[in-house]
Design a protein around this ligand. Structure first.
Ligand code: 3PG
Length: 306
């Protein structure tokens, strides 16, 4: 069996070594396509592989057409909006993710962004502390839960809303359950986004919703750029000069945000949430194990295109 690791943004070396140890033990061949710049390189690399591990790399119908022997694609990470699931099913390819494996890494970055934000981007002026502020977590999945855990270490008040997670489960984690996403925005000083990009969530973080935030509100996004209504957020930040937007995913209108909102807007140059050796090892090795489990034993736990 041949396994391809196709990562435009590569894993740490220790993670690649860990993946190789798993594929070697299974008697599989491992091939790497890292830092590729053209889709044609990916189309070429997938031609004769049985399995592939990806990150935010796009696997669409064209890639699946080219991957004639492909049986399984594993997104080493949480969000799988980069895989065309219907096309994968049509091509008889199992698609999986590795939920939770990089969650702590993303959660820690939330606080990196927040400390940077409340200390005025380290410009030397007096900022504020996170202690005592109320943090709203939108979607209480693996990342949201890790964010809640770390927030308690900062002595923050923590609330969450998740359309798919009952209030009791949120309260059981020691977090206040907000009754709606509107209430979360209305009652929190900071809102951290952990929703996936789906047809329901796309552009759902809009003018009206963010406009409910209290004076001095901070929106932090380590989820997906697609969930933001960029035009609406720009309009709002023009009107509300007290609001800050910190993001790990550059918006399409990055240049406009940067120009209009200096000191209130920050985007990481490249998505950094899952860029730790630990997250790479966890997610990469989990992906490799899931491939071996599927090819050897038919195990489909974590399949997302059922
Ligand atoms: C995820 O969905 O797991 C994160 O957004 C990380 O994405 P990345 O592997 O492309 O850094």
């Amino acid at each position: 069996m041949k396994v391809l690791v196709a990562t435009e943004k590569p894993f740490s070396k220790v993670a690649v070594d860990g993946i190789k140890a798993v594929t070697d033990a299974a008697g599989y061949e491992l091939v790497l396509l890292e830092k590729y710049t053209e889709k044609s390189q990916l189309l070429d690399a997938v031609k004769d592989v049985d399995a592939m591990i990806i990150r935010s790399d796009k696997v669409d119908a064209e890639v699946l057409d080219a991957a004639k022997q492909l049986k399984i694609v594993v997104r080493a990470g949480a969000g799988y909006d980069n895989i065309d699931l219907a096309a994968a099913t049509a091509h008889n390819v199992v698609a999986m993710n590795t939920p939770g494996q990089n969650a702590n890494s993303v959660a820690e970055l939330v606080f990196g962004l927040l400390v940077f934000g409340v200390r005025n981007f380290f410009n030397g002026t007096s900022g504020t502390e996170l202690k005592g502020k109320k943090l709203g977590i939108l979607a209480f999945g693996n990342v949201g839960r890790n964010v809640a855990r770390v927030a308690k270490g900062f002595d923050m008040e923590v609330a969450a809303y998740d359309a798919y997670c009952p209030a009791e489960a949120i309260e059981a984690a020691g977090v206040t359950a907000a009754g709606s996403q509107e209430e979360l925005f209305e009652t929190c000083d900071i809102v951290s986004l952990h929703i996936p990009a789906t047809p329901e969530t796309k552009q759902s973080i809009n003018y009206d919703l963010v406009g409910k935030m209290k004076k001095g509100g901070i929106l932090v996004n380590t989820a997906r750029k697609e969930v933001i209504d960029e035009a609406g957020l720009i309009k709002l930040m023009e009107e509300r000069t007290d609001l800050k937007y910190l993001t790990d995913i550059k918006p399409d209108a990055d240049a406009e945000f940067a120009e209009k909102f200096a000191g209130r807007y920050f985007a990481t140059p490249k998505k950094m949430g899952a860029q730790t050796a630990e997250a790479n090892v966890n997610a990469g090795i989990a992906a490799a194990n899931q491939i071996v489990d599927f090819l050897e034993k038919g195990i489909t736990k974590f399949q997302v295109n059922k």
